[in-house]
Design a binder for this molecule. Structure first.
Ligand SMILES: Cc1cc2nc3c(=O)[nH]c(=O)nc-3n(C[C@H](O)[C@H](O)[C@H](O)COP(=O)(O)OP(=O)(O)OC[C@H]3O[C@@H](n4cnc5c(N)ncnc54)[C@H](O)[C@@H]3O)c2cc1C
Length: 258
């Protein structure tokens, strides 16, 4: 990536003015993904002085500033207290600590990468995004609709629930990309997400009645859920392989939350 001008505003309103004044501005998160691109921009907008790197526990929700690094999140006491470490598990194997010190949750959510593990995990939680201009949007909506441009993601708001959660993934080696990931959350109902395929993470549409799942039928039900998703080929795995392991990961996750 190349750019002509670098700006680091110290408040959100100046940052938004700069962003909207020049459509060829790139927002910098941790710059881990952006730096690999060959794009040229007129301005690079650094978010580091905006005060959007924080984790706050409120009465009903946990708020994570968009500029918060993966490492800050995975080592935070509040994050570790909730959701059976679902969020931590989706981050702790990404490359290495130095990388995770840079990569931000906002950059991950905004780039909507197929191989993003945090998207799989957050999809099964009750998760809203708050943008400077577009206001609040559900994460699931952000992933299924057109990408929001020329706006700054401020924070991620996760509703606290008494849920039981599981995160399962497979990767060939530590620090490699994941080949497939599955997250399951059980509170009032059951939410199942499949991700890290060449496609963006997605929720299962068939809401299962948890009471009807037991040791005898869990394998069959897992296979049915796995059938709902498209898998795909990439450098890491063939679609047939992903298709074969999906029911296994779903079954493991279901058994963990049952
Ligand atoms: C070599 C490599 C291996 C990886 N392996 C994995 C893996 O195994 N699992 C996994 O889940 N992920 C993996 N990743 C993805 C990694 O998690 C992303 O690179 C990272 O999430 C991007 O975060 P960032 O803060 O560096 O974003 P950046 O690269 O800085 O930005 C990404 C995009 O988001 C936009 N953006 C950033 N912040 C905001 C904001 N607040 N508001 C609006 N737009 C914003 C930027 O303009 C850009 O378009 C890997 C990446 C690399 C480069």
């Amino acid at each position: 990536m190349r750019f002509e001008k670098y700006v680091r505003p110290d408040n959100l309103s100046t940052a938004m003015d700069l962003l909207q004044a020049d459509k060829n501005t790139v927002i910098l998160g941790g710059n881990t993904f952006l730096r690999l691109s060959k794009m040229k921009y007129s301005t690079a907008l650094d978010l580091s002085e905006l005060g959007i790197d924080f984790i706050e526990e409120k009465k009903d929700v946990i708020e994570i500033g968009a500029y918060t690094s993966f490492r800050t999140i995975e080592t935070n006491k509040v994050i570790k207290k909730y959701f059976d470490n679902l969020i931590v598990k989706s981050l702790e194997n990404i490359i290495g600590v130095q990388f995770r010190n840079n990569a931000t949750i906002g950059g991950s959510i905004m780039s909507r990468l197929g191989f993003s593990e945090i998207l799989t995990a957050l999809l099964v939680l009750d998760c809203d995004l708050e943008f400077a201009e577009n206001g609040k949007i559900k994460l699931s909506e952000h992933l299924s609709k057109r990408k929001i441009r020329n706006d700054i993601l401020k924070k991620i708001i996760i509703k606290k629930t008494n849920s039981k959660n599981s995160y399962q993934m497979i990767r060939n080696a530590n620090s490699d990309f994941s080949i497939l990931s599955v997250a399951v959350s059980r509170s009032n109902g059951l939410k199942i997400a499949v991700g890290t395929r060449p496609y963006i993470a997605k929720l299962s549409n068939s809401v299962k009645d948890l009471e009807s799942i037991n040791q005898d039928n869990v394998e069959k039900i897992s296979a049915e859920i796995a059938e709902e998703f498209d898998y795909g080929d990439d450098l890491r795995a063939k679609s047939e392989y992903r298709k074969a392991i999906a029911p296994v990961l779903i079954k493991r996750a279901l058994l963990e939350v049952l």
